[in-house]
Design a protein around this ligand. Structure first.
Ligand code: ADP
Length: 609
């Protein structure tokens, strides 16, 4: 067994079995990390149990002493005996102080290692990210600071609260139930069923409530992202007459958020019912069953003792536990999941390596510090259930700065793959990371900073040349725009349009001119990954070659080109050949040797010039 804490186990065992877009925080997902942690701290748990047994004894004594004080003292004219029993009860109550001290002493032996482990994990993760991507070290630092301060404290407090209340309920219940059993077993017949019913109802609400909470957060996040995105697109939407469509789509998200809120409210009502059943019903039933209990020979003292057990010990402990499990429990699961997922996202290991023949589905996972620019594994992509997948068990690892061409027959899935790598199409299975960051669940704004996908149709909107070029980096100054214009040789076009400040009439531009402006926009964008999906097809071969070279040489750029000419493939460092049943990945020379489809395609391209 390795040393460390509950969260450290995550480094070796955590995988991301969930599908993209799905919320990951579940108790089941954390259990593999919790079990070894608890096992390692079993001695602390035993000592905690020992102190808690004293709490059971104390609970037991309070009810018994009260019953004896009445039955053997005050109700039979022996006040000194009654007072003596009450004195014993008082001493047992006074013992609560030292007992609680002992409990807290052990609690720190459980809670502090959890906190230390979370801090170690946050620092390790921040260092890994900073080394992998120095440019984003500041962001990694901020995330680490949040984890080191707020999130570890939330986890620590929630965990401590849970341990305290769950433990207190269990040991109080033992004391109270044994006490009632000692006083009169009939008491249990009245008290235990409603308590069990309430507890069961409460447990049944846990999973659906967590799911409803997750759905609500998902819907809220998607809606917030969409609303934020729309704000920046208003001008385009109005220009294209697409406000109605955008409103329809957003309306659906609002409905989804409302439905998940209603579902959450329904489950909250069930939980309130559970609390009432477990918390209040036993007292009511005890009072209602008094005549029957008296008939069974249950004494007044035993009845008062049972009432004391319920009202003073059991029900407060039960309510405290239910509240803690409902609130602190879900907070703890969410926060721990963030730690576990963050590290699992960064250090998954054990993936196969790329084979010599360039076979797909066999790729090394990112090594910390050297995150590939594009990495995916286990991809299965289709357009709906029952349709033939376009790729299956597909993996790819591309280093930063590489130039990749994707080739294959028309309709084989090249554009779809480009959409998957861009985060625009969610794969049925598998995951995609860009520069080590998972793309699943990212907002359009975040995606725009990670990659640019240029489609075949260059989309130029009604606005100035400047606004068109700076669309993906609105803060870009004229210097930067001019560099793009000059690098891509767009000067004559921009001059003809009237300069950077001139308004563009998209309809007056040729398809090639629109593509040229879009290439300029890609050059200006901050994204390190550029994917050209036949987005130079309306340029002549020389202009196309120049544009590809300029974009590939843009500092820090990884370039993917869906090629419609052999020349694009020849310029690439490596070529991905899609052919439906299998794929091949390698250099031009290795593919000419190993891929019959690539030989066919090059023959076809050569023949058609
Ligand atoms: P390529 O880029 O290689 O020409 P695509 O990725 O565009 O291929 O398309 C691959 C297959 O998926 C084609 O059979 C196409 O008809 C189908 N396809 C593309 N887009 C959709 C869609 N939105 N819905 C259903 N099928 C689609």
């Amino acid at each position: 067994m390795r040393s460390g804490t509950v969260v450290e186990e995550a480094a070796s065992t955590a995988r991301r079995p969930t599908r993209p877009g799905r919320r990951r925080g579940t108790l089941r997902g954390l259990m593999p990390h919790a079990r070894p942690f608890l096992w390692r701290h079993r001695r602390v748990l035993l000592r905690l149990g020992a102190w808690s047994l004293m709490e059971s004894a104390q609970t037991f004594l309070v009810g018994i002493c009260l019953a004896r004080a009445l039955d053997q003292g005050f109700l039979v004219g022996q006040p000194t005996v009654g007072l003596a029993w009450l004195a014993v009860a008082a001493v047992s109550i006074l013992l609560a102080g030292p007992v609680l001290r002992g409990v807290f002493g052990q609690l720190s032996g459980l809670v502090e290692p959890l906190r230390d482990g979370l801090v170690r994990r946050a620092v390790r993760e921040a260092l890994r990210r900073a080394v992998a991507d120095p440019a984003r070290a500041a962001g990694a630092e901020r995330a680490a600071v949040s984890r080191l301060t707020q999130q570890t404290e939330i986890a620590r407090d929630s965990f401590a609260g849970l341990v305290l209340t769950v433990r207190s309920f269990l040991f109080t219940a033992v004391g109270a139930l044994v006490g009632m059993l000692t006083l009169a077993p009939e008491l249990l017949l009245v008290v235990v069923p409603p308590m069990l019913l309430g507890l069961l109802l409460f447990l049944l609400t846990l999973a659906p409530m967590a799911a409803a909470q997750g759905r609500f957060l998902d819907a809220d996040e998607v809606f917030t992202n969409r609303a934020g995105g729309l704000r920046g697109q208003l001008r385009d939407l109005v220009a294209c007459g697409a406000t109605g469509t955008a409103a329809d789509r957003t309306g659906g998200l609002i409905d989804e958020a409302a439905a998940s809120t209603r579902s959450l409210a329904r489950w909250t009502a069930v939980r309130t019912l559970a609390l009432g059943t477990a918390g209040q019903l036993p007292v009511l039933l005890l009072l209602a069953a008094t005549p029957w209990l008296r008939d069974q020979g249950v004494t007044t003292g035993a009845l008062m003792g049972a009432l004391a057990y319920l009202v003073q010990s059991l029900l407060p402990a039960l309510q405290a536990m239910m509240t803690a499990v409902g609130a602190a429990g879900s907070r703890l699961v969410v926060v721990l999941d963030r730690f576990v997922s963050a590290e699992a996202d960064g250090t998954d290991t054990g993936e196969p390596r790329e084979t010599e023949s360039g076979d797909q589905g066999a790729f090394a996972s990112p090594v910390p510090g050297t995150a590939p620019a594009v990495w995916c594994r286990g991809l299965r992509v289709s357009y709906g259930a029952g349709t033939r997948p376009l790729v299956e068990d597909f993996g790819l690892s591309v280093e930063a700065g590489e130039r990749i061409a994707i080739v294959g027959p028309s309709g084989i899935g090249k554009s779809t793959l480009a959409h998957v790598l861009s985060g625009l199409h969610t794969p049925d299975e598998g995951s995609v990371r860009l520069a080590g960051e998972p793309i699943a669940g990212r907002s359009p704004r975040e995606l725009a900073r990670m990659r640019v996908l240029l489609p075949q149709e260059g989309y130029v909107f009604a606005g100035s040349v400047r606004e068109n070029l700076a669309q993906l980096e609105p803060g870009a100054g004229d210097d930067r725009l001019s560099r793009a214009v000059s690098a891509l040789r767009l000067g004559p076009l921009v001059d003809r349009l009237g300069g950077l400040g001139a308004d563009v009439d998209p309809g007056a531009l040729s398809a090639g001119e629109r593509q040229a402006l879009c290439l300029g926009r890609a050059y200006v964008s901050p994204a390190p990954l550029l994917i050209l999906d036949e987005s130079t097809c309306h340029l002549d071969p020389a202009a196309e070659a120049h544009a590809e070279n300029v974009l590939a040489n843009r500092p820090g750029t990884t370039l993917f080109v869906i090629a419609h000419r052999l020349s694009s493939a020849l310029r690439a460092d490596r070529i991905l050949v899609l052919d439906g049943t299998g794929t091949a990945f390698g250099t031009h020379e290795s593919l000419l040797r190993d891929s019959p489809l690539y030989r066919d395609l090059t023959g076809h391209w050569n023949a058609s010039g």
